[in-house]
Ligand binder design. Structure first.
Ligand code: PLP
Length: 399
């Protein structure tokens, strides 16, 4: 018996959502059925909304201390109950956002012009942050096999280059959904430590690993003073992206102090968002069941997409169900349709916004990323739009 309804129709009317109203800069127009940016058309669990309402009733939203037991306690409880990881208060630091922390970790561990290693494909905002901080993107392409594999040989060679100072890891990996094993993480860590490369692990998609027992956080491999930082938050898991917040975990006290000093003194953003603190407590203490059911729902959506492609589009599309995230990384390579033709057709014919693969890569890759975090009905509609697009291209002999 399921307790939660992920089929509920939702609306974002009047909310200025980027997903619906912000398509113009990327897709050249509005009015598209959106399946792109990574937020959900699924309501935040009621326990969280109720906790925020209660906090709202107080009516005062002044500067707020994050170093308090109602922040540390729920974070520790979540990590213990979900991943069997023991955290202590001094390992956990509140921060304004995941990208904020990634950016600070890069700034504090490298100089302008230095190289920062990223897998390719990569989460697109890492590219943006490196550019914004005048760091060089050093690409370590994943090897495309049945699944995506990490190229350790190439990685080691890149880490040996003295100008490459930081590696930004994504676990689970956006956009491929790859979940890294403990052995792989250990190897990456060893290579980084041997070559003095700082290791940043972005684990914001951690709650979408299916089954959850398969998730191994870099926290599990951290030893005292390791040059490693894990950053994560609740923005993805509980659909809270517009309430900026995050936290990071490290056993490197000097690094932690440096980052906190920057937050406090350079930017004066060292206080917590009072509504988010209420949300974190409710989410991490009460919403484990909701996350489990959400993952079942997402798994069902991925099955639907997989079956749909097998039945109608197998000549043109290939798709392997990911072990995590709510992002389907779909290849149209075998259709032979050039990237530009496909992406334009999806917008013009299908009137659908899926993220073009080149957003996540330095080169064309014959892929798009489809966000599946919504009701089955919306996914059905999305697949029909993709089908229609390819049928039309076929009619026009572009396939
Ligand atoms: C891998 C990854 N990291 C970070 C973020 C964004 O986190 P934040 O809004 O806290 O900076 C996203 C959002 O899509 C993401 O996919």
């Amino acid at each position: 018996m399921t307790k939660f309804n992920f089929e509920e129709e939702t609306t974002r009317e009047g909310t200025f959502s980027i997903q619906y109203e912000g398509t113009e800069p990327v897709f050249g127009r509005t009015g598209l059925a959106p399946f792109w940016i990574a937020d959900m058309d699924i309501k935040t669990p009621e326990a969280i909304t109720e906790a925020m309402k209660k906090r709202l009733d107080n009516g005062i939203f002044g500067y707020t201390i994050w170093k308090n037991p109602k922040f540390y306690g729920p974070v520790k409880q979540w990590w213990k109950s979900r991943f069997d990881v023991d955290l202590t208060d001094d390992m956990i630091t509140y921060a304004p956002s995941v990208l904020y922390t990634v950016s600070e970790a890069i700034r504090l561990n490298s100089e302008k012009g230095d190289g920062v290693i990223l897998t390719m494909p990569t989460y697109n905002a890492f590219l943006k942050v490196l550019k914004g901080n005048d760091r060089k993107v050093v690409s370590c392409p994943l090897i495309e096999e049945d699944d995506y594999a990490f190229d350790f040989e190439q990685f080691e060679a890149l880490c040996r280059e003295p100008e490459n100072k930081v590696y930004v890891h994504c676990n689970p990996h956006n956009p491929t959904g790859r979940v890294w094993t403990k052995e792989e993480l250990q190897k990456m860590k060893d290579i980084c430590i041997q070559n003095d490369v700082f290791f940043v692990s972005d684990e914001i998609h951690m709650d979408f690993v299916r089954p959850k027992e398969d998730f191994v956080s870099m926290v599990e491999l951290m030893e005292e003073d390791d040059p490693i930082l894990v950053t994560t938050g609740l923005g993805k898991t509980f659909n809270l992206a517009s309430l900026p917040h995050s936290y990071f975990i490290t056993k490197n006290e000097p690094l932690k102090e440096k980052i906190v000093r920057e937050f406090d003194h350079r930017y004066n953003v060292g206080t917590a968002n009072s509504l988010v603190l209420a949300a974190i407590e409710a989410a991490y203490m009460e919403c484990g069941d909701w996350v489990d059911e959400l993952n079942d729902h997402l798994e069902g959506n991925f099955d639907y997409i997989s079956d749909y492609i097998d039945e109608h589009l197998s000549e043109h599309l290939s798709f392997k169900k990911p072990d995590s995230t709510y992002l389907a990384w779909i290849s149209f390579e075998k259709s032979g349709i050039p990237d530009a033709v496909m992406h334009k057709a999806l917008v013009d014919i299908g009137e659908i916004a899926v993220s073009p693969g080149h957003m996540y890569d330095l080169s064309e890759n014959g892929r798009f990323r489809m966000n599946v975090a919504s009701s089955r009905k919306r996914i059905e509609e999305g697949m029909e739009r993709i089908h229609r697009t390819i049928e039309r291209l076929k009619e026009e002999s572009k396939v």
